[in-house]
Design a protein. Sequence first.
Length: 137
Amino acid sequence: MRWGLQRSLPTHCPTYQLAQHFLRLHARELRMADLRFSDEALLALQYARWEGNVRELEAAVRRAILMREGPIVSVQDLGLQAACGTQSETVRPLAMARDEYLRDYVRQIVQQLGGNRTAAAEALYVTLRTVFKYLEQ
C-alpha cells in the first residue's frame, strides 16, 4: 500500500515513523541535509491528535522544516504543545527508546576504544557505516 493513496493514518504505522518519513522526504526535496526531530518533538507528535489525516501531519512537518532554526526540528517549530503528564514523561514509544539506547551504546563503545570507529565496528559486529550512522544521530 502506498502512502500517497491512503488519506487516513494507518493503525499499524506509528505517527512518529510517518513523521520521520515526511522529514526525510521534504528535507531531501528542499535540499536540507541532517535534519532530525528533538525527542520532545517526537513525543509531541506521538501524542498530538491528528484526526486521522496523513496530509495534516505531512503539512505540519513541512512547515516545521521551513520554520526551524538549526538542524533540529523542535516542538515549537511544529506548533505543538510539549507532551505533558505522567505517561509522556515515563513512557516513550519503543522504537524511540531503542534508537536512543543504540545511539548511546555505540558512542560508549567508541569512547571505550579511544575513538577508534573501525575497532568499534568490529567489536559490535556491524559495518563501519552503521557505527557512523549512530554517531551522526
